[in-house]
Structures are given as C-alpha cells and as structure tokens.
Design a protein around this ligand. Structure first.
Ligand SMILES: Nc1nc2c(ncn2[C@@H]2O[C@H](COP(=O)(O)OP(=O)(O)OP(=O)(O)O)[C@@H](O)[C@H]2O)c(=O)[nH]1
Length: 326
C-alpha cells in the first residue's frame, strides 16, 4: 500500500438471510466483466456456498467463513482487505457481501481501521430487502435484525420486485418509509448502478479473480444456529423433502448443492428462504465437488440443528450402483 495510490472504492452489501445479496452481486460483477474487482463473501455456516455461487469465481473471491463479519471476524476481514490493497495492481473496487445475520452498523464500525481508511473510499452500505415480504408484511419484517439492517443502510435495494405488481412494489416502499422515513430506495439492479450511493462503484468494470482464505475458529452466534451437512452418497429427494418440510417452520434459510439419487450425474442448487424453496440446475463452477452439501440456518430456540442432523443422517442410503460418475 503506498500513500499515492488512488483510493479503492469499497461497497458493503448486506440484507437479511436469503434477501438476494449474492444475486445482486452477481448482477453487478457480470455487468462489469472487464475490470479487476475483488469480492469478499461471508457465509454463515461452515460450507462456503456463496463463494461457489459468485459468477466468475477466480482468485479475487475471498471467502470469510462461518460467522458474522461484524463481530468475531473483524480481524480476518481487515487482514483480507490489507492483502487486497497491497496487490500490485490493487483491485479497482471491492465488494463485501455480509452474511444474512450481520448487523450493518457493527459492520460499518468493523471497517474503521486507520490503515484501511487511508486506502479505500467507502461507497456505502447497500441493504438488499425482499419487496415481497415487505408488501405482504411477512413475519421477517418484524424481525429485530431485519429492522436494524434497514436503519443502518445507506441505500435499500428491493429484491423480488419482479414477482410483484407495481402496486405491491409501492406498498413495499411505503412499508420501508414507515420503518425509516426518507431512506434511499433502488427498485432494481439497473437503477442501483445509476444510484448516487453507488455511482463510483458502478463506474468500475470489475474482473473477478478468486482468492480463497479460510477463517479460523469462530465463536457461536448467540441468536442464530446453523448446520452444515455433507453426504457423499446421492440422496433420495422425496425423503429429503419430507425432512425439510418437517423442519421448515424453524428454518430461515437453507442453501446448497444436492445430488439426487434419481439423477446423480448433475448437481442441483437448493435455495430455501422461509417457506419458499426452489431446486434448479447448479452452476457449472459448483460441480467440481461431487458431494451434497447444504447449510441450514435458523434462530436458536426455534431451529434444532441436532434433531435436523439426526433426520438427515437417517435418510435412506441409495444403492451405490445408482451413482453415475462422469
Ligand atoms: N424472483 C427473484 N428471485 C430472487 C431475487 N433475488 C434473489 N432471488 C432468489 O432468492 C433466493 C436467495 O437469493 P440469494 O441471492 O442467494 O440470497 P442471499 O441474500 O445471498 O442469501 P444468504 O447469503 O444465504 O443470506 C435465490 O433462489 C435467488 O434466485 C429477485 O430479485 N427476484
């Protein structure tokens, strides 16, 4: 890091579990494929699913695992930033994707490091927020952490607005203004890039090269529990679905790669946010690892990881011959 180098813009992307942070980040990095961008992802859970889902994964995607950046991982985050800034040439922009359980005000404080601040320009905190949940006044909108994130954001980006009529998106915006009058809102990714809060970052054309780093042991989060589950044998999807349905009321989020016994040659991407679950083809870059790996997250007290683990481990093991390895 030299005193004369141009400041590197850094943008924080936060938002509740499953709000759409990775989706937004992918939209940004894909739209600006030509320049050097570094991305730090912070998954809550022991398996780095987000790192695998960032488009153009390469040496500039840093994975900060198993925790919340704002508390126990602050040292690791600052260390990663220092290493990024010491590169020659340094990145033209840095995005930090917080875990869905991160408090964004703490996040802002976590970045208050004189060495870092001498070399970055802080572009602000973007909070991705589910417009559908807002329009429907869903249970998540009363969650204290959800509200904290909205209060701490410099800019709210509405996700899932494409699933709504214009009138419902208006309702979502009203709900946001009721929580925090005057908060800046962008309705979609395209507007986000033109928004003053992110204009400087949008002017960058990132090229993502991946660099992986592993975090050390992290203290358990007092509010949220997670379970990272791996299976080397493909799983019976109907039985898995029954287990998922049984535990869904206590789950806020599940995501991962799943190899089904009925079609074991192709990994599927499982995305579950609240009661909304989808299974679709996994991106190519996530298929090098041929095991099923899923992270489940919920609030302590309502989510029982030990009982879920028992149910998952009791899933019927399919015949080995049904597995086709290519
Ligand atoms: N229709 C629609 N789906 C979306 C949108 N944004 C995200 N999703 C879907 O919502 C699910 C969760 O999106 P992610 O981008 O993984 O959410 P996240 O905030 O990164 O999740 P965590 O890191 O686990 O907190 C995925 O199935 C996405 O495809 C959106 O704007 N519209």
């Amino acid at each position: 890091m030299t005193g004369t180098a141009a400041a590197v813009p850094i943008t924080i992307i936060g938002g509740f579990l499953g709000a759409g942070k990775t989706t937004l980040l992918n939209r940004i990095v894909t739209a600006q494929a030509a320049r050097r961008l570094a991305v730090i992802v912070n998954d809550f859970g022991a398996i780095d699913i987000d790192g695998e889902l960032i488009a153009r994964r390469g040496e500039d995607v840093l994975a900060l695992r198993n925790g919340c950046i704002c508390c126990s991982l602050q040292g690791d985050l600052l260390g990663m930033l220092r290493r990024l800034l010491a590169r020659d040439p340094p990145p033209e922009g840095i995005f930090v994707e917080c875990s869905g359980v991160s408090r964004l005000d703490d996040m802002r404080r976590a970045l208050l490091d004189p060495v870092i601040w001498a070399h970055v320009s802080f572009e602000g905190i973007v909070c991705v927020t589910d417009a559908e949940a807002l329009a429907e006044a869903g249970p998540v909108t009363r969650d204290p952490l959800f509200l904290e994130q909205i209060h701490a954001a410099d800019l709210i980006v509405l996700s899932h607005a494409d699933r709504l009529e214009a009138e419902a998106v208006d309702r979502a915006e009203h709900a946001l203004h009721a929580i925090r009058p005057g908060v800046a809102i962008a309705r979609d990714g395209a507007r986000l890039l033109a928004h003053p809060a992110l204009r400087a970052a949008a002017a960058l054309a990132p090229r993502v090269r991946a660099l992986r780093a592993s975090a050390g042991e992290v203290a358990a989060d007092p509010e949220f529990a997670s379970l990272a589950w791996r299976s080397d044998a493909p799983i019976d999807v109907m039985s898995f679905r029954t287990v998922l349905e049984r535990h869904a009321p206590g789950l806020l989020r599940a995501k991962g790669i799943l190899y089904a016994a009925s079609a074991p040659y192709r990994g599927m991407l499982l995305q579950m946010v609240g009661m909304r679950a989808t299974v679709g083809p996994a991106p190519e870059r996530a298929l090098a690892d041929r095991s099923t790996r899923i992270v489940f997250i919920g609030r302590r007290g309502t989510f029982d990881p030990a009982s879920l683990l028992r149910d998952l481990d009791a899933l019927p093991a399919p015949l080995r011959t049904t597995r086709i390895l290519k």
